[in-house]
Design a protein around this ligand. Structure first.
Ligand code: ARG
Length: 581
């Protein structure tokens, strides 16, 4: 993936299109081939598509292209152009790349900042269920969603962030029944979410032997939907105490929402939605319930209203989508929800399409796999759930141990204070969990593994944070030795490591855009690990504090830019970088 907006690529593309009008934009620019020689290229142009159009062997096309470029090489700032196996490989003048790098130190995204300026995206994410603990499963939705919001925003899109709390549905009939049968106000107040959850689990255990419980629960939900005072009061109370605890986690993860409008928010709109479905001739009766038949599309029917008159999850989603379309007129409706709901979203989007909404095509289900624990999947029903807060606490504890050990290895005058240690452990611990979550391709299941998460040498958050801290001390050392850099210190890019690093840094905006296009934060985590890897090779092999002064200053520019890209990239994932550690 090559960022075509890079200013040194534009004239090249224009020139090639003018000389070869049958070829069309965008030209198939690619990453250069990797070679072990010092001679490195910056760009490869495969000539296979041109060869098909021209009915000429690729090698012949490549030779023609090479000659065209060679004739204009000074104007195009090209140092070298070669042909190999149907590819034209190009090396730009080092000065051209160096100039561009310098301008990026404070703005790692360069021109990318406005790439999505015409987009307005409604992002629905997190959406935990009230009266249930915030599980590590909801962590994924929260992290992926919040990260996508930051990615879109950085590219100039405007975002509406919605937390679609699970605060409505038959389970609240169950909750009220459980509370009235087995609970008390004191019991709930003692430890609200956990105790509400205990009642919920108790309900499911007793319901097996006492089917009357289920009828009672159904009645309570019908009452709740009808606005019965006692039911509504209890429900409100459950909701308040739950959100109070969720908020603590959002603060820890530094996640915010523009609207916390759960399913219940759409209650009043539901009747109209059902009306519209009726008018569109989409509703059928089936055993007293109302459904939309989706058999022609190879899917089970979408249940809109139960026989007892109560509405369903899907109905609330339909009403919410109509509301969002009207209120925000977005260019995209994004739902960050686990893969187990793929069918629900296909059904729901299909119904929107059948209702004739042109924006149905702009709805996207950004699904993701499970976080699995070595001892099996956690489940809300059975009660062996793993709590996100425990995970964060444990990560911080683990990080603190490592930070303390490392701290003791330092000379006394450079040690962190106890408060500093705690702050570093907070950033490293939380960052480690977030990075672990956003490292794998989102549709994959991930196996939770403490060793992986806190490994300072592995592909982890702490490894990236540690790289940044090492860069800071390197830049500090250079400064104390009187080495400064300014606008005139354009990186000379002599060595192959610095050239590769330069290319990756310049191409970073393309990475961010690709992550946005594919709703995939892991594209960024992956690239950050690559950049850190290339940087560490550069750091090992290229003298940074010795040798020619101009060369060194230019290399410090490269260090500083690498640092801004790593910091910026981590911030897109929601990870703070410590100053020292
Ligand atoms: N509360 C649901 C759950 O935890 C997720 C809600 C997803 N969003 C939606 N619009 N259906 O399973």
């Amino acid at each position: 993936m090559i960022d075509r907006r890079l200013s040194f690529l534009k004239p090249l593309e224009a020139c090639l299109l003018k000389e070869n009008p049958e070829w069309s934009s965008p030209l198939p620019f690619e990453e250069p081939p990797k070679s072990n020689e010092t001679e490195e290229f910056d760009l490869a142009i495969p000539c296979f598509s041109l060869s098909k159009i021209r009915r000429q062997p690729p090698q012949k096309c490549a030779e023609t292209i090479q000659q065209q470029i060679f004739a204009k090489k000074d104007e195009l700032q090209i140092e070298k152009v070669e042909v190999l196996k149907g590819y034209v490989n190009i090396r730009f003048n080092a000065g051209t790349l160096g100039h561009l790098l310098f301008d990026r130190i404070r703005e790692p995204l360069g021109d990318g900042r406005t790439a999505l300026k015409n987009e307005k995206i409604v992002m629905e994410f997190s959406s935990p269920n009230i009266a249930k603990p915030f599980s590590i499963g909801h962590l994924r939705s929260t992290n992926i969603g919040a990260s996508l919001c930051r990615i879109f925003t950085s590219l100039g899109a405007s975002i509406v962030r919605i937390n679609h709390l699970g605060d409505w549905g038959t389970q609240f009939g169950k909750m009220i029944t459980a509370y009235k049968r087995f609970g008390s106000a004191e019991f709930v107040k003692g430890d609200p979410i956990n105790n509400l959850y205990k009642l919920y689990v108790e309900f499911h255990e007793k319901e097996k032997d006492d089917p009357a419980l289920l009828d009672e629960a159904r009645d309570w939900f019908v009452k709740l939907e009808a606005g019965d005072a006692e039911a509504v009061e209890l429900w409100k109370w459950f909701k308040d105490v739950s959100y109070h605890e969720f908020k603590r986690i959002y603060d820890r993860l530094k996640v915010d929402f523009d609207y916390v409008t759960g399913e219940s928010f759409y209650n009043e709109l539901m009747e109209k939605t059902v009306e519209r479905l009726k008018k569109a001739n989409l509703l059928k009766e089936s055993e007293g319930a109302l459904i939309v038949d989706l058999e022609p599309y190879g899917m089970p029917a979408c249940l809109v209203r139960k026989s007892d008159g109560s509405t369903l999850y899907a109905t609330r989603d339909l009403a919410a989508a109509e509301y969002r379309a009207k209120t925000f007129a977005p260019t995209k409706f994004v739902y960050v929800v686990g893969s187990e709901q793929i069918l629900h979203f296909r059904q729901f989007f299909k119904v929107l399409e059948l209702m004739g909404y042109p924006w149905a095509k702009d709805c996207v289900h950004v699904n993701f796999g499970l976080i699995k624990f070595p001892d099996g999947k956690m489940s809300t029903r059975k009660g062996n759930i793993i709590l996100l807060e425990d995970v964060l606490d444990q990560a911080e504890k683990g990080a603190l141990e490592i930070v303390r050990t490392k701290n003791l290895e330092k000379p006394e005058e450079r040690r962190l204070s106890e408060t500093e240690e705690l702050e570093v452990a907070r950033r490293v611990g939380t960052g480690a969990v977030i990075f672990f979550d956003l490292k794998a391709k989102r549709t994959k299941d991930v196996l939770f593994d403490w060793k992986d998460i806190l490994n300072f040498e592995g592909d982890s958050g702490p490894y990236l944070q540690y790289t940044i801290v090492r860069q800071t001390s390197l830049l500090d050392r250079a400064l104390t030795e009187g080495l400064k850099f300014s606008k005139k210190d354009i990186p000379a890019l002599k060595e192959k490591e610095e050239r590769e690093l330069a290319r990756r840094l310049l191409n970073f905006p393309a990475t961010v855009e690709m992550a946005a296009r594919e709703f995939e934060p892991s594209i960024i985590s992956h690239e950050l690990l690559e950049i850190a890897g290339v940087f560490n090779r550069f750091y090992m092999n290229v003298p940074l504090l010795k040798g020619d002064e101009n060369l060194r200053a230019g290399r410090l520019v490269l260090v500083s830019l690498t640092q801004s890209v790593l910091k910026f990239g981590l911030s897109l994932l929601g990870i703070e970088s410590p100053e020292r550690m």
